[in-house]
Ligand binder design. Structure first.
Ligand code: SF4
Ligand code: ZN
Length: 310
């Protein structure tokens, strides 16, 4: 019979292929928290006195990020707040927003729900009904980043925490590498900073935790999470890369981790030679940092015949 390697409890929730270690629920929870704390310490993701804003969608990754960072808040190391973005996807987003609101309330955290409609006078469902649109995820990513950056300044946050896990990070590394996107590669990593004072540094505390273990942590801790998939999600190059990595992981369980660690070793060299250039300019319409006259959000809105609400 398999028992927990740490405490002998026969109720095992996971056997890690990479190490052969079996863990019960309590020991598994502790192991995840320890691992995240180690990443935070090693990569200097937070400093005492930081105000961290979590981009909280209600999905497992952001809920677990909030839960683990809350232990830092309880120990008075940091202050915590959260933003939830409502893209306006009927039948999908409402449940995620409800779960996010419930978690923020339960923990007593400052929280705001910000919608595409309020900021841009158009939501994603409406955009998808227009002719010649650029595809849902293109708008979603650009508009979401715009809101997150702005909201972080509004909250006075000194860090933005996102829920990227090991699968997300290794996919992004491999995808950018395969596409020859070395400039984008230089901006990945545990912490992303910018020379622009209008950008708040972004941190990824879960970047060394496999996606499956993030889900299991939520389950073991009884955290409610939004499980539904976005109706606009479609086959993409990223998904193909994700499938390659998942396939490889079957016989090589540490492949994602070694992809990440290999990248971390070459990152300083990539950054030195290929970092995206910093343009000291602001968008003429919304005032957000931009290398062109208009930022991408305002460029897209112009195409859609809309303008940002400032
Ligand atoms: Fe947005 Fe849905 Fe695309 Fe995700 S899959 S980026 S939520 S449109
Ligand atoms: Zn703009």
């Amino acid at each position: 019979m398999t028992v927990c390697t740490k405490c002998g409890n026969p109720k095992v929730v996971i056997t890690r292929k990479q190490s052969g270690q079996s863990l019960c629920s309590d020991c598994f929870i502790k192991s995840i928290e320890k691992k995240v704390q180690k990443t935070i310490r090693r990569e200097k993701l937070i400093t005492k006195g930081d105000k961290v804003m979590v981009a909280l969608s209600g999905g497992k990754d952001s809920v677990v990020t909030l839960d683990i960072l809350n232990s830092y808040r309880e120990r008075h190391v940091i202050d915590l707040c959260a933003v939830t973005i409502d893209e306006g996807i009927k039948g999908y987003r409402d449940e995620g927003v409800r779960i996010a609101v419930d978690h923020a309330k339960r923990l007593g955290i400052e929280h705001e729900v910000v919608s595409f409609k309020d900021c841009f006078n158009i939501d994603l469902d409406e955009i998808m009904k227009t002719d010649n649109h650029r595809g849902s995820c293109t708008y979603c990513g650009v508009f979401r980043r715009w809101i997150i950056n702005r909201q972080a300044r509004k909250f006075g946050a000194t860090k933005i925490a996102t829920g990227h896990n090991l699968d997300d990070e290794s996919e992004a590394i491999l995808m950018n590498y395969l596409e020859g996107n070395i400039n984008n590669l230089s901006s990945l990593g545990a912490i992303t900073t910018s020379k622009s004072p209008k950008f708040t540094p972004k941190i990824k505390p879960l970047r060394e935790i496999p996606e499956k273990e993030v889900g299991l942590y939520a389950l073991c801790k009884g955290l409610e999470i939004h499980l539904a998939g976005c109706p606009y999600a479609q086959e993409s190059f990223r998904m193909e890369v994700a499938n390659i990595l998942k396939d490889l992981s079957k016989n090589h369980p540490t492949i994602m981790y070694s992809t990440l660690k290999g990248y971390d070793k070459i990152k300083p060299l990539v950054k030195e030679n290929y970092a995206l250039e910093y343009h000291d300019g602001d968008c003429e319409i919304c005032g957000e940092p931009s290398s062109n006259k208009l930022c991408r959000a305002c460029t897209f809105l112009k195409e859609l015949g809309k303008e940002v609400n400032i």
